[in-house]
Design a protein around this ligand. Structure first.
Ligand code: ME8
Length: 512
């Protein structure tokens, strides 16, 4: 058995999930589903980052306790993932006792090892990002991602000796070019590591912030939210001694946005190194989703599209498809209602939906709805079969590099190729000639079998619609392992001659 562990960011739950959250979670879920289809035992983790000032402030504004507010919002995240067909195996909550125990153990170990010390600290603090910032990071007096300028703070803090791990991190990045993807983010971190990074403040005085995990040996302080949150990648696996940790951790891939690159490199790599935890295997870094106006999607600008509303209007599968296909992972890109509608109408309705409905309706019309047996394959069929055989490996290779958009593009190219094949072989003409009956059988069978392959290849992106299509094709659903359904069944072992198929419209077009 091979194990694969994939994580989404552990989101702040001070509001409902927005499209940026959906982008990261859908990518992680799609990767998890592809790897599962390829036969790996996969663990997908998401969760709620419930401590820290941001959450405490949101609770205060809503006149709730932080615990009650986090509870309510964590539940709304869980519901949102269900609605978006994101199916995590674990949902970690940083306020859970099991997690707090792991954080306390880690702090104690690092303190005992001399990796943590107490000192006075004065500096500029970004409340928005929950961290001290340096002058160098500021643009016009504030962090570009913040609305407010940072505030000056002086207080006793516990510090983690992050600087002591800098050279090791730099070497790790040099020795492992594939660690951080795409490469531009690795280069960005390498540049940061060329100069001193300082030590990391990892506690907050209780009088300023009580909502957090107490520092075990000094309860006048609580743990800084990032030190707590990053450990939520290991606590759900029963770190340090449960077998799940040993099984899954070596394969871990974190999916994050570029806004949290620094914390996932400088903070997390040094923390894991100090704790003796192997560094993650991959860090997959996304760009930012932009609104229709080309600016970063944000609530204050009101340029975002609500993911649940969009799933309601366009269907969850069309939304997932658009997120994967439209904005290449690692780059910035626009997601607007117009973009989703265009993907739905063109790619899904015109190309894929049309291929499915015309194939199925011809089988119903010309063959009484029964899958025909193929007769003699000609050059056109051999070309399609060859492509169908290559696609699963090509798709998996791209998914492995977190390029699911490119993978899906290849499958959709194949769909286009199949539509051309329909036009060239003109089954409607063959149907008028009794001597062409064998040829018509071959063409219809080829289309059905190729469509079955497509449904498997796109299942991780559009599980709902592809399951529906497989039902119409009369084949067991690929997610139903007990049925023996397999993702890359060889050509000729998918749809079965003599099986009944049914017609349907997969993606009704939205009129504008
Ligand atoms: O940072 N475009 O949580 P968070 C694309 N709790 N992705 C976006 C986005 C946008 N406009 N806006 C947000 C935190 N995201 C911490 C994480 S991990 C141990 C702790 C996505 O709720 C993107 O993946 O602010 C980003 O990294 C994440 O949401 C931040 O979520």
């Amino acid at each position: 058995m091979t194990y694969r562990y994939i994580t989404t960011p552990i989101y702040y739950v001070n509001d409902r999930p927005h499209m940026g959250h959906a982008y990261a979670s859908v990518h992680a879920d799609v990767m998890a589903r592809y790897l599962r289809a390829a036969g790996h035992e996969v663990m997908l983790l998401t969760g709620a980052d419930e401590h820290g000032e941001k959450i405490a402030r949101a609770a205060q504004q809503a006149n709730e306790t932080p615990q009650a507010s986090a509870e309510r919002h964590a539940r709304s995240f869980e519901e949102a993932w269900r609605a978006l067909a994101v199916e995590p195996d674990r949902f970690v909550r940083t306020s859970a006792p099991d997690h707090a125990r792991v954080v306390s153990q880690c702090l104690t170990r690092l303190f005992d090892a001399g990796e943590i010390y107490l000192a006075d600290y004065e500096g500029l603090y970004s409340v928005g990002q929950e961290r001290f910032v340096t002058e160098k990071e500021l643009v016009d007096g504030k962090l570009p991602e913040d609305k407010e300028p940072p505030v000056v703070r002086r207080e006793p803090n516990y510090f983690f000796r992050m600087e002591a791990h800098r050279e090791w991190m730099r070497q790790l990045l040099l020795d492992t070019p594939e660690l951080i993807q795409p490469a531009q983010y690795r280069n960005e971190v390498l540049r940061l590591l060329e100069e001193p990074i300082g030590d990391l403040s990892i506690s907050r005085p209780v009088e300023r912030l009580a909502w957090g995990i107490p520092i075990p040996w000094d309860t006048r302080h609580v743990t800084y939210v990032w030190f707590d949150a990053l450990l939520s990648y290991v606590s759900p696996l029963g770190y340090p001694d449960r077998p799940e940790f040993a099984r899954f951790w070596p394969s871990v891939r974190h999916v994050i946005g570029k806004d949290i690159l620094r914390t996932h490199t400088l903070f997390w790599l040094s923390m894991t190194h100090a704790l003796g935890i192997a560094p993650y295997r991959r860090l997959h870094v996304s760009g930012h989703l932009l609104g229709a106006d080309g600016r970063k999607m944000s609530k204050s600008l009101g340029n975002g599209v609500d993911p649940l509303a969009a799933a309601g209007t366009y269907g969850v599968d069309a939304l997932r498809y658009t997120l994967i296909r439209e904005v290449s992972f690692g780059f910035d890109g626009i997601i607007s209602e117009a973009v989703i509608e265009q993907r739905l109408n063109r790619d899904l309705a015109d190309d894929l939906g049309n291929l499915a409905s015309r194939t199925l309706s011809m089988v119903v019309k010309y063959r009484g709805g029964l899958v025909p047996a193929p007769k003699t394959y000609e050059a056109a069929e051999h070309a399609l079969m060859a492509r169908a055989r290559e696609l699963p490996a090509a798709v998996l290779a791209l998914v492995d590099e977190m390029k699911p958009g490119r993978a899906v593009e290849q499958v959709m190219e194949f769909v286009k190729q199949l539509n051309v094949y329909v036009a060239n072989s003109a089954p409607w003409t063959l149907a008028r000639d009794a001597r062409a009956a064998g040829r018509l059988d071959t063409v219809l069978y080829t289309l059905l079998e190729a469509l079955y392959g497509v449904s498997n290849l796109l299942y991780p992106v559009m599980p709902g619609k592809m399951k529906e299509l497989q039902t119409w094709l009369g084949v067991p659903n690929v997610s139903d392992v007990a049925s023996g359904a397999s993702w890359d069944r060889p050509w000729g072992e998918g749809v079965k001659p003599g099986t009944v198929v049914s017609e349907g419209i997969l993606f009704p077009k939205l009129a504008n």
